[in-house]
Ligand binder design. Structure first.
Ligand code: ZN
Length: 92
């Protein structure tokens, strides 16, 4: 198999739904090709593999941004409270 695998072929391999020859051909390609193995992993387990080209990764990216925003906001609030306390204590 000279060309790269299609998503359908990877799914066929994952679900073992093709013929034995097809499964073997796909397995041999996956063994030799990092790129398709990466895509296969992303299809099997979309939650743990970062891959910019895959659409299902986008909501995860947004959640991460939201979490980062909340953390940064919390840190900013703490810093402001400390600054106010230092200012008030310094005034005495
Ligand atoms: Zn490939």
């Amino acid at each position: 198999m000279k060309r790269h695998l299609t998503v359908a072929e990877i799914e066929q391999y994952v679900t073992r739904s093709g013929s034995v020859d097809e499964i073997i051909a796909i397995a041999e390609h996956l063994e030799a090709c990092f790129e398709c193995r990466d895509r296969a992993v992303a299809i099997v387990d979309p939650g743990t593999t970062a891959h910019e080209l895959r659409q299902p990764e986008l909501p995860r990216e947004r959640r991460w941004t939201l979490t980062t925003g909340v953390v940064v906001t919390c840190i900013a609030v703490v810093v402001i409270v400390i600054a106010i306390l230092v200012f008030v204590i310094g005034k005495r």
